[in-house]
Design a protein around this ligand. Structure first.
Ligand SMILES: Cc1ncc(COP(=O)(O)O)c(C=O)c1O
Length: 417
């Protein structure tokens, strides 16, 4: 099928929720994707953080094929071999003790919110009204279902679906004074992304996260972290909160967990798990044997990859900082590990850079209008970074009026590879 015929059919047949780039991808291998015209693209977005091992990773392919031939689905009414094995690995790397498996990020987040409310009820033995308020952050993104939208602090996602659910208050991003003002004994949980993704790659400050931990502890509330985009080694540690010395009560993960198959998870403590009992929460597809077997394999590969993620992300960051000193349109480079944002001085420049890179065969995207987002697969090498930095340099020069380019400082990507 050609791109034109697929696009025509989709236009007639699908809900108009996406404004897709005019590219029809047909296969992938390693850090590359190929389109229907045989053109190769360097993938520095990895399906927005999903294809963390790139495309067609041999260990993932082998597990997929083996498990697909054995058992794809079994109802959660029965046991299979992989949920406990996967939970064991995830709890070990997170410092938590319990897991629940589902199908997506938003479903994990919904479950985490339900768990916070049910735990508050279970704790409330003295006849008072249970704690029920949730505190969320401005500019956040937690998914597209109703509970997730209710805790998402961006009008563009929320407004078309109002009214949303009751009980959520918002606090300014990293605003410690407002957090102190909002916190009281009615709060059952404070929830946030450790690094805001859709909000423009913004790591929460150490001071804010530590205060959230302290206030939640002293008020008998839970700290819930959304690591759906930033978790599972994207930042060079298993979880982004491990850079902060803070341990949450609940964490959600999804995107890369099953290397491209739909799988999400809620991780929590033994104590908070007492808020659930059989029948209170569930899912038909979540945690099936195929997705869980692949996720176990993903975590095995991840263990060996972490030193590489650390080294390559430092190199990438260094190169992007070099571009910042050369181009005045670059306001800031931020993020952690391989979750990187480059804020430009206008949405137009950012748009132009993304489309120039696409024309040159490099995939990135734009988030929060003027932030270039890089979520490359963890297997990138220096030559891939060098290619992206070279093309970015050209694109920023083209997209920025000549007078704005600081031509004194040259960027020379090291080619250690
Ligand atoms: C931080 C964060 N939370 C939740 C979600 C929702 O995940 P999903 O699209 O799998 O429902 C996303 C998706 O981009 C995300 O980045």
């Amino acid at each position: 099928m050609s791109l034109a015929s697929v696009a025509r059919s989709e236009e007639k047949l699908l809900l108009p929720t996406y404004d897709r780039h005019k590219i029809l991808f047909q296969r992938g291998r390693g850090v590359y994707l190929w389109d229907s015209r045989g053109r190769r693209y360097l993938d520095f977005l990895s399906g927005i953080g999903v294809n963390a091992l790139g495309h067609g990773h041999p260990a993932i392919q082998a597990t997929l094929q083996r498990q697909a031939a054995r058992l794809i689905h079994v109802s959660n009414l029965f046991f299979h071999e992989y949920q406990a094995e996967l939970a064991k690995r995830l709890t070990k790397i997170s410092g938590l003790q319990r897991a629940f498996f589902c199908n997506s990020g938003t479903e994990a987040w919904e479950g985490a919110l339900k768990l916070a409310r049910s735990y508050a009820r279970a704790q409330n033995q003295n006849g008072h009204a249970p704690k029920w308020r949730l505190i969320a952050l401005d500019n956040s993104f937690h998914g597209r279902t109703f509970g997730s939208l209710t805790t998402t602090g961006q009008a563009k996602y929320r407004d078309p679906f109002a009214p949303l659910l009751p009980g959520v208050s918002f606090v300014g991003f990293n605003d410690t004074e407002e957090l102190k003002r909002q916190f009281d004994g009615s709060v059952c949980a404070i929830c946030m992304e450790t690094i805001q993704g859709e909000g423009g790659i913004r790591p929460v400050s150490r001071e804010f996260l530590q205060l959230a931990r302290q206030l939640s502890q002293s008020n008998g509330a839970l700290l819930i972290l959304d690591e759906i985009q930033c978790g599972l080694a994207r930042t060079g540690k298993s979880f982004a909160y491990q850079h902060y010395g803070v341990q949450p009560d609940i964490v959600t993960v999804a995107k890369p967990l099953a290397a491209g198959l739909p799988l999400g998870a809620i991780l929590t403590t033994n104590q908070v798990a007492t808020g659930m009992h059989p029948g209170m929460h569930g899912t038909t597809f979540g945690g099936g044997p195929l997705a869980c077997a692949v996720a176990v394999e993903f975590l095995k590969v991840l263990e060996k990859l972490q030193p590489h993620i650390h080294a390559i992300s430092s190199y990438f960051r260094e190169q992007l900082e070099g571009l910042k000193s050369k181009h005045s349109s670059v306001r800031e480079v931020r993020g952690l590990g391989l979750m990187v944002g480059m804020e430009l001085d206008s949405a137009e420049v950012a748009k132009s850079v993304v489309s120039q890179l696409l024309r040159r065969g490099i995939l990135i995207n734009r988030t929060n209008d003027n932030v270039l987002r890089f979520l490359p697969p963890y297997i990138i090498q220096q030559r891939h970074v060098d290619q992206v930095v070279r093309e970015l340099d050209v694109a920023l020069t083209t997209a920025t009026p000549r007078s704005k380019t600081n031509s004194k400082v040259a960027v020379s990507p090291r080619s250690r590879n």
